[in-house]
Write a protein that binds this ligand. Sequence first.
Ligand code: KG4
Ligand code: ZN
Length: 336
Amino acid sequence: MKCVRTLAIETSCDETAAAVLEHPRRLLANVVSSQVPLHARYGGVVPEVASRGHQEVLWPVVSAALEQANLSLQEVDLVAVTAGPGLIGALMVGVSFAKGLAFGLGKPMVGVNHLVAHIAANLLSGDFVYPALALVVSGGHTDLVLVCGPTDYRLLGSTLDDAAGEAFDKVARLLGLGYPGGPAIERAAQDGHAHGVSLPMVHTPEPLDFSFSGLKTAVSALVTKAGAPTAADVAAAFQQRVVGLLVEKTKDALQRTQARSLLLAGGVAANRALRAALGELAAVRGLPFQCPPLALCTDNAAMVALAGDLLYHQGLRSGLDLTPRADLSNYRELVG
Ligand code: KG4
Ligand code: ZN
């Protein structure tokens, strides 16, 4: 049987991305055009600027991916596209493009949930051992999800306020470290010492939920007072506390669910301290641990291709009525 080749498109936030995957995990192309320079001077993503940026570079990005894969458009068997959650104008650019492509080529299309795609980035290193516990930490989400099968996702807990990545971004701004904040804090933390910087403990009514806004407020109070610790020391303390919280909740979720493997996903999964700490947690419990290669942690289309391929082989198809949804936060949507 011919191996399905998926062309995937991702435009949910500030990366315009296209990828080509040959079933099940041969990545033929992965092109990401970052809009970071467009948004950096605002200290965050400006939705209208993002939509316009996608509009301008989507076709060049898709054709670069086809060229990298050495494929013509006609050789594509499936079109996969992120349909939410994300910025509505940004999503519309990708979804409209994908619809036109699928219709014009007469090929099937699968709309993909961006969060499911983040988890699917891990499929590059092998199939999942179900049930798998996934910690999804991105700029918009912090979720613990039990993945019981390719289309069976159960949300166990999520953030009550800021997402983990958002907290990194806001704290980096308070410390004057620039945007995006995650990599900037990680860099600064290397030269810092966490001890001596006191940050509050964080409690949530539900044990598997998260809360980060108290930490952000504490940092804000710290940096304005006389004799404030250095940005590097605060960065080190903040990173240590966030990683500690994420590990603690993940450990609790593993105990409660008896999951048989552990997955890490989302932009914050690029954080080396977090990768190491979760890897250690899995090792202590004797569980397989998967985390995406660094390049596939932050937004990309390879993860959309992996998710699209997975869902397509589960029999899922989207019609031309596929509508992007900014608030598609439920992992069960668009997966069956
Ligand atoms: O998954 P992603 O690219 O976009 C969303 O779907 O939101 O995640 C972006 C987030 C940003 O908040 C960024 O600061 C964070 O991931 N991030 C990191 C690191 N690299 C990116 N956070 C901590 N450490 C990093 N190395
Ligand atoms: Zn993302």
